[in-house]
Design a protein. Sequence first.
Length: 234
Amino acid sequence: MISVVSVGSLKTSGSSTVALTLASVAAAADIPVLLIDAARDGDLADWAARGAVPSKIWVERSRDEAAMERLVRAARKRGDLVVIDAGDEAAMIRMAARLSDRALIPVRFSPLSAQYAVETDRMLADDAGRGRRSRDRCFVASAVATIPSRIARSVETIIAESATARLPIGLVQRAAYEAPFLLGGTIFTLEEEVAPGLDRARAEAASLAYEIGILGARQEKASPARREMVRKAA
Ligand SMILES: Nc1ncnc2c1ncn2[C@@H]1O[C@H](COP(=O)(O)OP(=O)(O)O)[C@@H](O)[C@H]1O
Ligand SMILES: [Mg+2]
């Protein structure tokens, strides 16, 4: 079961957006979630400070290994989901990956982002090879745009260098994903008037969470809200 997920890449590639979006899906499905902001800029802590944080989401700013480990251990014990935004620093990405069941490496559809994603994957593979607990890693497309297929092909080629899988679902570039950072709240709590395209963003986000194993894994004790969301995402 996936209880702890980390998100980070050595190049800024949508980590905070992916992390907040996944936490938002969980909260909307009634799953308590600890969102750890370990990124240098503290974008998720700033997001929380805007208010309208759903009651199921608890945000902690932590960049200290021992403190982060304590937070994760306590959340695991409670059965909560943990999403860590590790940002773009090597030390934080490694630390977060070490604490998580699955490390997500976001990839924007740009060759540069893809190159750094592969470098991130290599760094985490080295750690895993050094006797650290072996962790699951995958690439996740973030902010997918309608772009010339030449660029898409080069991104695919770069990512294919690695044996690490790319999830079949990612996040398309949508204003709806940016709205929470501007207005507070989540794609599930904002109104369509202020953030058009929420419906598609919600469905896509739920599919991604399902694919990662955040939604489906907790099915046994699922609330009606959660079951409905899983049914729609599947
Ligand atoms: N799926 C998306 N749709 C639209 N904008 C996005 C998406 N993902 C990221 N962005 C935008 O790209 C920028 C960088 O994303 P962010 O999540 O902050 O990346 P990081 O945390 O890796 O620096 C932000 O302005 C964010 O709003
Ligand atoms: Mg960030």
